[in-house]
Design a binder for this molecule. Structure first.
Ligand code: GH3
Ligand code: MG
Ligand code: MG
Length: 319
């Protein structure tokens, strides 16, 4: 299962100061192969840059107590898209009250002028490293340890986003739920390591058969869910049929004689349908999954969100 990008990514710094010479100097000294620097000299330009580049660190020059810099700091920390950024203040004001005021407004660090360039660079480097670590931990927290697929928390968040996107932009999307057939008997017959190997293999197979924008998740136990943006239920059937057939053809090192199959239920939102809530979307997919089990397992059943079945003919036309 390919996991989200774990290598250090390119980072961004936004530099805000009214004084051009200082901006130029800092831009030159803070730029590196791993981080780009973007400069602004006014509050609106700064907020626009922060929204555009989602920087890891903002270096904010702030020189008088009534400076618009304080207002900018407040604005950065009150704007939902920018509030989590690490703000490092550089200031000529060195008394404790000024520092406390900046920290109270949400600054993460404060350097007084005249400052030592080496110290500033080291502080920025440490801030970039800790931001990267937090980002990687945040990603890790969305991954299921055994399968490498996204976990249930990520599934819930992404389903919510797709529903909001459908409400705003009338985007279509589909949800598939996969439940491995008679999986308990694999554990009972060949042991739990054999069962675990099937869970890992299933996650890898789903990832291999879907697009990079699709979201494969471990829904729980031996169940997986696949969120497919911009995909009608008929198109989702095509993807899931591919997974179903390939799984049934796989040979497993722990039990080459024992085929593994999966039953799948799909609910999909088509253009013009009213947008459901998450529970309705999941219930519709679950109902189809139940029909696949009842129909003899190793099969795909799909419907619209309101339960209208998607026929084999519609799925064939989408292939
Ligand atoms: P059905 O075809 O009706 O879905 O039958 P089933 O045996 O797959 O369903 P059941 O719900 O009875 O069993 C699911 C099993 O999945 C039971 C549980 O022990 C096993 N399981 C859940 N999580 C894991 C896991 O992480 N590793 C292993 N090896 N087994 C797991
Ligand atoms: Mg199950
Ligand atoms: Mg099962």
């Amino acid at each position: 299962m390919s996991k989200p990008e774990q290598e250090a990514r390119h980072q961004a710094i936004v530099l805000i100061d009214e004084a051009e010479p200082l901006r130029r100097l800092l831009e030159k000294r803070l730029k590196s192969a791993r981080a780009s620097v973007h400069c602004a000299d006014d509050p609106q330009g700064a907020i626009d840059l922060i929204k555009k580049y989602a920087p890891d660190v903002v270096v904010l020059g702030l020189d008088r107590m009534d400076d618009s810099g304080y207002e900018m700091l407040r604005q950065i920390k009150e704007t939902p898209e920018t509030k989590d950024v690490h703000v490092m203040v550089i200031s000529g004001m060195s008394n404790p009250q000024d520092k406390v005021a900046a920290f109270d407004l949400g600054a993460a660090d404060y350097i007084t002028k005249p400052f030592d360039m080496l110290e500033l660079r080291v502080r920025v480097r440490v801030a970039l490293q800790s931001r990267e670590l937090v980002r990687m931990l945040g990603e890790q927290a969305q991954i299921d340890g055994l399968s490498g697929a996204y976990n249930r928390a990520h599934f819930d968040a992404r389903l919510g986003e797709l529903i909001s996107g459908a409400e705003r932009n009338r985007h279509v999307f589909s949800l598939a739920i996969f439940d491995l057939d008679k999986f308990k008997s694999i554990n009972d017959t060949y042991g739990h390591p054999a069962g675990d190997a099937v869970i890992k293999g299933m996650a890898k197979l789903i990832r291999a058969e879907c697009r990079t924008c699709d979201v494969p998740c471990r829904y729980g136990g031996e169940e997986f869910a696949l969120l497919m943006p911009d995909t009608t239920p008929a198109q989702a059937v095509v993807v899931c049929e591919r997974v179903r057939v390939k799984l049934s053809e796989m040979r497993w090192p722990h039990h080459p004689e024992r085929q593994v199959t999966v039953s799948i239920g799909i609910s999909g939102l088509t253009a013009g349908e009213s947008v459901p809530d998450a529970a309705t979307m999941i219930a519709a997919a679950d109902k189809c999954l139940y029909q696949s089990k009842e129909g003899g397992r190793d099969q795909v059943t799909a419907s619209l969100v309101d339960g209208t079945p998607v026929s084999a003919g519609e799925a064939a036309a989408a292939a």
